[in-house]
Write a protein that binds this ligand. Structure first.
Ligand code: UDP
Length: 477
């Protein structure tokens, strides 16, 4: 187990871009929360510090929490590959998907418990009675009882879920229920995700949020976008040896490293191309391969300068996702089977994860460069990869599933695909946005306003303050 160092961020920075009443409410809640939580630590326990939405969220919320004067910290579990194979299966089951086809049997349960038990001595040393603990996702759920016995007040924050129950989601919940049932609070991204056995008076619905100032979302000039993508070998050509600077999470700056090509099996994308982008982990439920087929099967309909880019993390950098290598390999093979002329319009990149700030900056530049951003997930807990381009005023085409439905209002802040399996509908929506500049601009503008209105950190932090207050009210003195 290790603690992730997170530097505090000043809430005033966020306050400056909010309407005055919202900034004032944020300040008032921050003062109250700091007072209420004085002398306690708020611990977050998750399974990875890099890659994926949970890591992205924690980084920002913990920084603002610390900035507000609340002693907020982040621990990452020690676990092995077999543990992550089990928890990925559980993740897939909770999404109603068969995953690797194996069951959550006694052996899976035994290994899950064994790995968490190995983490306990270290946790008991760090966590004191009276502290608050947020356990994130199924990976950490099994710690609830032991930490409550230690005298901590424990909440479970589940970032995933499915809109509809099925035999498989029941199996997933059956596995988890005995571990978390006693939690003081349950926090879900959507109400529909909470299983029926969660007590209503302990159930909270809190959608994720985005930080406009992080390396992932900070403003970038067109010049910086171009230089970043050129020097990293993603778009166009460059002879520069190092690229533009970016701010790091910890104080300081970095520079984009020069590379010949970050595009897999290929040269960089031509600078004149209009890029249709999907950014995701290499997860079957994000359906990167489906996006590829939808694009190439409709290629003759699409404008001749439309190019597809599927961007995900370098798979060795996301330790809690054992599916990644196979999904990326399948996409590479699907691309290799295309005719040479079609292949020239389809690109894959696995962005290096050895420098998370550079990775975030590259994603930022790609999202800003894209003409259309797609998120054709088959299921989606929330989908920060939709929020991020929306904030950047990009027109999005996204499946009408899970938390994406809370973000995109069809025809106002993006286009929704009713059936995430309908590849022709995806291509038609992309085609429309590439051909109709006014509609694309209008939807992009609507998207930005939607995020400003609902998905920034003030709403998120205030909701967390409310959850903590209610937990402390309930906790035994
Ligand atoms: N992401 C990234 N680099 C990549 C691919 C993804 O930083 O190469 C980020 C992406 O920008 C987003 C997060 O990972 O912030 C994914 O979060 P999301 O909620 O969309 O899905 P999850 O991965 O949690 O299922």
């Amino acid at each position: 187990m290790y603690e992730v160092r997170v530097d505090p961020l000043d809430l005033e920075r966020l306050g400056r871009i909010l309407p005055p009443a919202r900034a004032q409410a944020l300040r008032a809640h921050a003062v109250e929360a700091a007072e209420r939580l004085r002398g306690r630590v708020v611990w977050n326990i998750s399974s990875t510090a890099h890659g994926g939405g949970v890591a992205e969220l924690l980084q920002v919320l913990i920084a603002y929490g610390r900035g507000a004067g609340v002693d907020t910290r982040w621990l990452v579990l020690d676990a092995d590959r077999e543990f992550f194979t089990v928890t990925k299966r559980l993740h897939n089951f909770l999404h109603g998907s068969p995953g690797d086809g194996l069951e959550l049997d006694d052996r899976a349960r035994a290994h899950y418990e064994e790995v968490l038990a190995r983490n306990l001595p270290d946790l008991r040393r760090r966590i004191r009675p009276g502290d608050l603990v947020l356990l994130h996702d199924p990976q950490a759920a099994g710690l609830q009882e032991e930490l409550a016995l230690r005298g901590a007040t424990v909440a479970w924050r589940c970032h995933i879920g499915s809109d509809t129950a099925s035999e498989r989601t029941d199996l997933g919940w059956g596995f988890l229920r005995p571990y978390v049932e006693g939690a003081e609070a349950f926090v879900f991204s959507r109400r529909a995700y909470a299983p029926a056995w969660v007590a209503q008076d302990r159930l909270w619905v809190v959608a994720p949020s985005l930080d406009p100032f992080s390396a992932k979302n900070a403003e970038m000039s067109e010049e910086d976008v171009r230089a970043t993508l050129e020097v990293s070998g993603l778009v166009g050509t460059s002879t520069a040896r190092s690229g533009p600077g970016f701010s790091r999470r910890s104080a300081g700056t970095g520079r984009v490293r020069a590379r010949e090509s970050l595009v897999l099996d290929d040269h960089p994308i031509p600078a004149s191309a209009r890029v249709v982008l999907q950014v995701s982990r290499w997860d079957l439920l994000k359906d990167m391969e489906g996006v590829l087929h939808g694009f190439v099967d409709n290629l003759r309909l699409l404008p001749h300068d439309a190019h597809l880019l599927l961007a995900g993390p370098d798979v060795s950098g996301v330790t809690d996702d054992p599916e990644g290598a196979a999904v990326l390999a399948a996409c590479r093979e699907a691309r290799a089977r295309l005719s040479a002329s079609t292949r020239a319009r389809v690109h894959l990149t696995a962005l290096p994860m050895d420098d998370v700030d550079e990775n975030a900056h590259l994603v930022n530049a790609l999202q800003r460069h894209a003409s259309v951003v797609v998120q054709k997930s088959l299921v989606e807990g929330f989908g920060l990869t939709v929020t991020e381009p929306m904030w950047k005023s990009r027109p999005v085409v996204a499946s009408a599933v899970g938390g994406i439905r809370d973000q995109v209002e069809h025809g106002v802040s993006g286009l929704l695909l009713d059936d995430p399996h309908d590849l022709d509908a995806m291509a038609a929506a992309v085609d429309l946005l590439l051909r109709d500049r006014d509609t694309a601009d209008r939807l992009g503008h609507g998207a930005h306003l939607r995020v400003l209105d609902r998905f920034l950190g003030d709403r998120h932090l205030i909701q967390y303050a409310e959850v903590f207050a209610s937990m402390l009210d309930r906790a035994p003195v």
